[in-house]
Write a protein that binds this ligand. Structure first.
Ligand SMILES: NC(=O)C1=CN([C@@H]2O[C@H](COP(=O)(O)OP(=O)(O)OC[C@H]3O[C@@H](n4cnc5c(N)ncnc54)[C@H](O)[C@@H]3O)[C@@H](O)[C@H]2O)C=CC1
Ligand SMILES: O=C(O)C(=O)Cc1ccc(O)cc1
Length: 367
């Protein structure tokens, strides 16, 4: 029997969701995006089977409705859907938003409509946005958090979980409050810090214009997420404002403590500070594709010459293993640099590792 799916918002996440859910046999995906070009492209790229002229038109016949719009827009659509749309009895509505408390405060709007809203957040993505960045594999191995409103909704959450299994994400149920507290620490606050570090460099560059030329390696790694979509992050910041304010207070305390350590100038204490952070960071789970790990990387020690990069990419291309990115994190004349090769899935990375080990003598490792 055909299952009808409506995806509202066809950017990176909605597009990827539509592609991943097409792995189900007999799923018919109708899409709507307020941006006409995105809608046309989604159809052209096979991300959706049909376009709708309004969100309502896509949603009314659907068995599952996904809102993959910026979070403030999702709340606006939820209000409209509950007040005006004629939804199919038994429909499950869900979203992909990075925040959950405000959204779940509106889930009750569907209670009298024989419809259930179960919050969702696939914790994979990148600083890229838009339909062209959509990938069927995006959610594989990533955590996908679900926030059913109450015990009564858990049966519906299980139905949604079953539907989402084809994404190969790791599904977990949490409360909206737990969700927002945890994502504030691992995702939302780091975005604020990354943006602030970039702004600090911009200020510094007034006096030292050369500083921006030196912003390589670590600085670029640490601030990649500052290239994210500002509209999306405005909405997230507004919806998770209280948690972010708490994090800012705690960060100020942390910075005071760091300041005291630096001011005291005790070498042992300074080393203990770095060592503690390194030990905790190195023990973080790497297998999962959490919010801060958006690709599967392989590090290859290569000599610092352009031939080495094309050698590696050539070997992988010949073996038909697709890569999503290559970059050098450290490169100095006459020493070995580290080439970071990113893959779409853990399986591709393993194939790449074996292939490079067989065909080169470079040291290869997963950091
Ligand atoms: N980018 C990421 O890495 C992740 C984002 N999310 C969440 O998923 C949602 C979507 O994010 P992305 O796909 O990255 O954003 P995106 O910017 O790539 O796509 C959003 C799409 O929604 C459309 N849109 C905006 N208002 C609309 C409306 N009223 N009706 C229909 N379409 C509308 C836009 O035209 C755009 O195509 C956001 O809530 C975000 O917080 C969740 C996990 C990861
Ligand atoms: O680019 C990155 O590493 C991210 O942080 C991606 C991301 C953005 C928003 C989310 O809600 C979850 C993941």
């Amino acid at each position: 029997m055909e299952t009808k799916l409506a995806v509202i918002g066809l950017g990176l996440i909605g597009g990827s969701m539509a592609l991943a859910l097409q792995r189900h046999e007999g799923v018919e995906v109708a899409g709507y995006d307020s941006d006409e070009r995105t809608l046309r492209e989604a159809l052209h790229l096979g991300i959706i089977h049909s376009t709708a002229e309004t969100a309502r038109q896509a949603a009314e016949p659907a068995d599952y409705i996904f809102f993959a719009t910026p979070v403030n827009e999702t709340i606006r659509l939820m209000k409209q859907a509950s007040a005006e749309w004629s939804l199919k009895p038994g429909v499950i509505l869900t979203d992909t938003g990075s925040t959950k408390t405000s959204i779940m405060e509106h889930a009750g709007l569907f209670r009298e409509k024989d419809a259930v809203f179960v919050g969702g957040h696939p914790m994979a993505g990148s600083h890229k946005s838009g339909v062209r960045a959509a990938k069927e594999h995006l959610f594989e191995n990533a955590y996908y958090l679900l926030t059913p409103a109450s015990g009564k909704d858990e049966a519906h959450a299980r139905r949604l979980e079953n539907f989402l299994k084809v994404t190969k994400a790791k599904l977990a149920v949490v409360t909206a409050a737990e969700h927002d507290a945890m994502t504030a620490v691992v995702s939302h606050f780091p975005h604020l810090v990354a943006a602030s570090l970039v702004r600090r460099l911009e200020d510094e560059s007034v006096e030292h214009p050369f500083a921006r030329e030196l912003a390589a390696g670590g600085f670029r790694d640490l601030t990649r997420i500052a290239s994210s979509n500002p509209d999306m992050w405005r909405d997230i910041t507004l919806q998770n404002r209280d948690e972010l304010l708490d994090q800012l207070d705690l960060w100020q305390q942390e910075m005071e403590a760091v300041r005291a350590i630096v001011e005291a100038g005790d070498p042992d204490e300074i080393r203990r500070f770095y060592d503690g952070a390194r030990a905790y960071r190195d023990a973080l789970p790497l297998k999962s594709q959490g919010a801060l790990f958006s690709s599967f990387d392989l590090n290859v020690d290569i000599p610092d010459n352009p031939g080495a990069i094309s050698e590696i990419t050539g070997i992988l291309a010949k073996a038909g293993i697709s890569i999503t990115n290559v970059r050098i994190v450290e490169s100095r004349a006459d020493v070995f640099g580290i080439l970071v090769v990113s893959f779409q899935t853990a399986d591709d990375r393993e194939l790449g590792r074996v292939c490079l080990a067989e065909n080169t003598s470079y040291e290869i490792y997963i950091s």
